[in-house]
Write a protein that binds this ligand. Structure first.
Ligand code: FAD
Ligand code: ZN
Length: 603
C-alpha cells in the first residue's frame, strides 16, 4: 500500500485499528519535525491554516508547524464566505471549480426586513459580482489541513499549545501538551502566530477582552433540513437562490445558510476523498474532469446531504419576557423559538419549509454565544501576531469572521516574511515596526470599523423606510468601481478594503447616520429621525453616483436600476453581471453559469 493508493487512509485504518484520528492525520505530515521551526501556529482553524499556506507560498524554504488542540477537524459555526475568501483560495490554493465538489455554491446576500404584524416584507439584495462557498467547517478545516501538509507544512492534531510570554523582549516560548513524541514539551520558533480563535491562548496573556461602545450581541442557532414537499407559498421572493439569506427585525437579524454537509462521513474516507481532489488538482487535471460530488461520495463511501444553518444574532439591550418556559427547554431553544414565534413571517417560513435536526452535531441541538463583539487589547508584539478571532470578533453579519479575518492572515504572513527575510541585526527593528503597524490595523482600523458597520446595519432594521435606503447606500459606499474590484486573487488592497468598511466615505456617512439614529435608542424610531436619515441617504447616493458614473448597479441589484433608483416593477438583475447561479434540473443544486455540468450530480 502506498500513499498514492486511492483508499490509502481507509486501508491504513482497517489494517491498523489502533490508530487514533490524530495519528491518522499526523501521519500525513511530510516534513521533518523540528524543535526549532521558523514559525509556529497555534490552532488549525481556517485562518491559522490560511496564514500558514500563504506564508509557505511566499517563503517556501520556511519550516512551519501548526498545532491543534482537537484530535481531528470538527464542525464549527461560520459557514458563509465572500469573494475575499474565494479570491484568496483561487490565488493561494486552487481554482474555485474544484471546491464546488466539496462545498455549496454561494452567490450574493439577500436581506428581508420583516415586522411583528407579519404584514410587511421589504427585500434588498446584492449578487452576481463574485462566487464563493458555503462551508461545512469540518470539511474546510480538513481540506486546508491536507493542502498545508501537501505543500510541506506540518499540522499536528491533538496537541495543545500554551505560551510562556513572561520575557516580553523575546518571541513567546511555545509549550506543547500531548505531543506524539515522548519528551517534546518546548519549541523555540522565530515567529509565533496565535490563531487559537475564541480561546485567545496568547492574546489573553496581554489583557482581557475589550468590549466596544454600546450594545453587544448574542447568537442562538440550530441546524435544519428542508422538508420534503415544503410549502412553496411560505418561501419569500427568490428564497431558493443560493445566497446567504438574512431576516432582519428591530432586535437583530437571522441567517439562513444552506450547505453540503459531510457530517456522516468517517474521517479516513473523507481523507481519501480530499487526497484524491488534491492529487488531481496538483497534477493539472482540470476541475471539470473530476467526478461530481455524487460519484466521489460513492467512490469513497462518504455520504453527504443538504442542511441549513439557521440562527439569530440579536442586540442584548432589549427585554425578553420574564418567563420563556413555553418556548422550550434550555436557554438556546427558548430564545431561538421566542424570535421565531415573535415574527409571523419567520414562523410561517420556518414551519412551512424547515425541519429541525435534533442533536445533529453531538449532544446539543441549540447553540448559544453571548457578547460576541470584542477585541484583544494587544494583537502583536515581539516575535508574534494574533489573527482571526484571537485578535477580535464583531458579528456574523456579512460574514467578516472569515472574510475580513483573511486580511489578518495575509497581512501577518506578509509581515512574518518581511521579518524573517532580514539579516539578524535588522530583524528586531523590522519586527517592532511590523508589530506596531499590525496593532494599528487590527485594533484601531479593522475592528472599530466593523463595529460601526454593525451599528449602521442594526439601526437600519428599526424601520422599513430606513432599511430601504441604508442598504443600497452601504453597497455604493463599500464598492468604488464595481467592475474593477473583483480580481482573482486577494491583494494588499483587499486587506484594507475590509468587506467594504475600509473606505473613509463609509465611515463619514455612517457616522452621520448614527448621530441621527442612535440617540433615540431602543427598537423603534420616530418619524423625524427617519426623514432626516432618508434625506442624508439621498445625498449620499447622489454623490456616489456622480463619483462613479460607470457603475451599472442594475446588473447586481434586483430592485434597483443602474442609477440606484428603486424600480417597483424590477425583480431581476439586468443581464451582463459577472456571474450567476443556474439550478440543476436533475438534482436541484445550483451551479454557476460558466460550468457546463452540475458539479454535484454531473447532469
Ligand atoms: P477558529 O476557527 O475558531 O479556530 C481556532 C482553532 O484553534 C481551533 O481549531 C481550536 O481547536 C484551536 N485551538 C484553540 N486553543 C488551542 C490551543 N491551546 N492549542 C492548540 N489549538 C488550539 N464567519 C464567517 O465568515 N461566516 C459566517 O457565516 C459566520 N457565522 C458566524 C456565526 C456565529 C454565531 C459566530 C459566533 C461566528 C460566526 N463566524 C462567521 C465567525 C467564524 O466562526 C470565525 O471568525 C472563524 O471561525 C475564525 O476562525 P479562526 O481561525 O480565527 O478560529
Ligand atoms: Zn445536479
Amino acid at each position: 500500500m502506498t500513499i498514492d493508493d486511492l483508499h490509502y487512509f481507509t486501508q491504513l485504518r482497517a489494517t491498523h485499528p489502533e490508530l487514533t484520528d490524530s495519528m491518522l492525520l499526523n501521519s500525513n505530515n511530510l516534513s521533518r519535525f523540528s524543535t526549532e521551526p521558523d514559525v509556529v501556529v497555534a490552532g488549525a482553524g481556517i485562518l491559522g491554516l490560511c496564514y500558514a499556506i500563504h506564508l509557505k507560498n511566499i517563503s517556501p524554504h520556511l519550516n512551519i508547524a501548526i498545532y491543534k488542540k482537537n484530535r481531528a477537524p470538527v464542525q464549527k459555526i461560520g459557514e458563509s464566505t465572500l469573494s475575499s475568501f474565494s479570491r484568496f483560495t483561487t490565488g493561494a490554493v486552487m481554482p474555485q471549480d474544484y471546491f464546488f465538489r466539496l462545498f455549496g455554491l454561494k452567490d450574493g446576500l439577500q436581506f428581508y426586513c420583516i415586522d411583528r404584524e407579519g404584514v410587511e416584507v421589504t427585500s434588498e439584495d446584492i449578487g452576481g459580482l463574485d462566487l464563493s462557498f458555503q462551508l461545512d467547517r469540518r470539511m474546510s478545516e480538513l481540506f486546508f489541513t491536507m493542502w498545508a501538509q501537501r505543500i510541506g507544512i506540518n499540522v499536528y492534531h491533538g496537541v495543545e499549545v500554551d505560551f510562556d510570554s513572561t520575557h516580553h523582549f523575546n518571541t513567546p516560548q511555545v509549550k506543547l501538551k500531548n505531543f506524539p513524541k515522548p519528551g517534546v514539551t518546548d519549541v523555540d520558533a522565530k515567529i509565533v502566530c496565535d490563531a487559537s480563535g475564541f480561546s485567545r491562548k496568547l492574546t489573553s496573556k496581554f489583557g482581557n477582552k475589550e468590549l466596544l461602545d454600546g450594545w453587544n450581541c448574542d447568537a442562538y442557532w440550530a441546524y435544519f433540513k428542508e422538508k420534503e414537499g415544503g410549502k412553496a407559498e411560505t418561501r419569500l421572493d427568490h428564497w431558493d437562490y443560493p445566497a446567504t439569506k438574512h431576516m432582519c427585525f428591530p432586535e437583530g437579524w437571522g441567517w439562513f445558510i444552506k450547505l453540503i454537509s459531510w457530517h456522516h462521513a468517517p474521517l479516513a474516507n473523507l481523507m481519501d476523498l480530499v487526497a484524491y481532489i488534491i492529487n488531481k488538482a496538483k497534477s493539472g487535471v482540470p476541475a471539470n474532469a473530476i467526478p461530481p460530488t455524487k460519484i466521489l461520495s460513492e467512490m469513497f463511501n462518504c455520504p453527504f446531504e443538504s442542511i441549513t444553518s439557521i440562527g439569530w444574532a440579536v442586540r442584548n439591550d432589549h427585554e425578553f419576557p420574564d418567563n420563556l418556559e413555553e418556548y422550550g427547554g434550555g436557554e438556546g431553544e427558548r430564545k431561538f423559538n421566542y424570535f421565531k414565534v415573535l415574527y409571523p413571517t419567520l414562523n410561517k417560513l420556518m414551519n412551512g419549509v424547515y425541519e429541525l435536526l435534533p442533536k445533529y452535531y453531538g449532544n446539543q441541538t441549540y447553540f448559544v454565544r453571548k457578547s460576541m463583539t470584542y477585541r484583544s487589547p494587544v494583537v502583536a508584539g515581539e516575535g508574534w501576531f494574533a489573527i482571526g478571532n484571537s485578535a477580535g470578533f464583531t458579528n456574523p453579519l456579512i460574514s467578516p469572521g472569515i472574510n475580513a479575518g483573511i486580511g489578518t492572515s495575509v497581512l501577518a504572513a506578509n509581515m512574518s516574511k518581511e521579518i524573517l527575510d532580514q539579516p539578524p541585526e535588522h530583524s528586531h527593528v523590522v519586527m517592532k515596526k511590523c508589530a506596531a503597524s499590525y496593532q494599528t490595523y487590527s485594533h484601531e482600523f479593522m475592528i472599530p470599523r466593523l463595529h460601526q458597520m454593525n451599528r449602521y446595519w442594526y439601526n437600519s432594521f428599526r424601520d422599513h423606510r430606513l432599511f430601504e435606503v441604508m442598504v443600497p447606500c452601504f453597497w455604493t459606499l463599500g464598492v468604488d468601481d464595481v467592475d474593477s474590484q473583483y480580481v482573482n486573487e486577494f491583494t494588499e488592497e483587499d486587506v484594507y478594503w475590509v468587506i467594504g468598511v475600509g473606505h473613509d466615505d463609509f465611515v463619514d456617512f455612517s457616522g452621520k447616520i448614527l448621530d441621527i439614529l442612535e440617540p433615540s435608542d431602543g427598537m423603534t424610531v420616530n418619524e423625524e429621525k427617519v426623514e432626516q436619515a432618508r434625506a442624508l441617504a439621498k445625498q449620499c447616493m447622489d454623490y456616489r453616483k456622480e463619483r462613479f458614473p460607470g457603475n451599472e448597479w442594475g446588473k447586481y441589484l434586483r430592485r434597483h436600476d443602474c442609477k440606484l433608483q428603486l424600480v417597483p416593477e424590477k425583480h431581476e438583475r439586468m443581464p451582463g453581471g459577472r456571474c450567476f447561479g443556474v439550478r440543476c434540473k436533475s438534482c436541484k443544486v445550483w451551479r454557476h453559469n460558466n460550468m457546463n455540468a452540475c458539479p454535484v450530480c454531473g447532469a
